[in-house]
Design a protein around this ligand. Sequence first.
Ligand code: AMP
Ligand code: AMP
Length: 361
Amino acid sequence: MLEREEILEIYRGYDRRSITVVTLGSHSALQILKGAQDEGFATAVICKKNRTELYRRFGVADRIIPVESYSEILSARLLGKLQRMNAVLVPHGSLIAYVGIRGIEERLRLPMIGNRGIMRWEADRRLERKWLTEAGIKMPKETSNPEEIDCLSLVKFPGARGGRGYFMVNSYQDFRRKAERLIRKGWITEDDLKKVTIQEYIPGVNMYMSYFYSPLKDEVEFFGIDRRYEANIDGLTRIPAIDQTEAYIEPSYVVVGNAPVVIRESLLPRALEMGDAVVEVSKRIAPPGMLGPFCLETMVTHNLEFIAFEISARIVAGTNPFINGSPYSYIMYGDNMSMGRRIARELRLAIEQEKDELLLT
Ligand code: AMP
Ligand code: AMP
């Protein structure tokens, strides 16, 4: 793990009046860059050549840095160039997917907004469960042994494969039958089956709850909720049951977009409590704890209970519907406060108050 002190040394060499906010061109980059621009920062995006046109056309990046592969961000050449631009990185899901936790922890010599030591806790299911359970948040029952399946369950695979190949089962026999069918179709491999997580299926509705922890205020702000729009599971409901059965269409959970949701006001006190608890525990398990945005990925049941199946310790793409603000950010900040902008606002205020090192690792 890179020492925080080493990163802060790099930052101390920066000209703080001309910081560049940089991110990878993917996931929530438009939002992050637009938010940074709105707060007066220079911006840069690192992206594959086939995506440069996207960022050019939207005009969100002062500099577009094309790369062959995202892992180039770990090269001394690119890191040197970014450091000379006084670059501060905003991490997101694609950074974790493409650069990997080890790359981020051990080689990414660039100051980032957020706690790089906590990313491992979202990427490792065992650590994630420890964190959420200690925060008093309910999680679905889970096993890696298919022979233990005793209720309707969802079979998941590791890594950011975006729900492809997930399938539902209700017994071991059912698991074998469906797994074999998916292998024949080439959706999964025999090897994948050794790495499954089988999670109790929670009937309810999915709500992805986004928060921002401000180290300057020492307070958690509730920022908004999205639900995922997934192919083909969200399309299957438009096919009558009888036709589904006859055609047998394999369900999949590939995220293709996000849609905004609001929650019953009576559930907000619990939502706040969960955010506070997650931050409290984070300070103990991975000092200095959560810094900036995070998201609790929950199912809400008909008993009005939240069951969390995941946590993301950084901005999620589910904040993208709210580039001009969410209902909740509107109450706190008025118009146009996206999560991307909130991150840049915290950095700007921290620089003004000379507390910027609080935010960076
Ligand atoms: P992309 O650059 O859009 O291909 O996304 C890269 C990775 O980021 C994907 O593999 C997903 O894990 C994650 N991701 C991108 N968009 C979303 C989204 N809207 N919701 C959740 N995860 C996403
Ligand atoms: P994931 O890729 O883990 O975020 O989940 C893919 C889809 O399955 C999302 O629509 C989730 O809301 C849903 N999902 C994930 N875990 C569960 C669970 N334990 N019970 C019910 N739905 C789930």
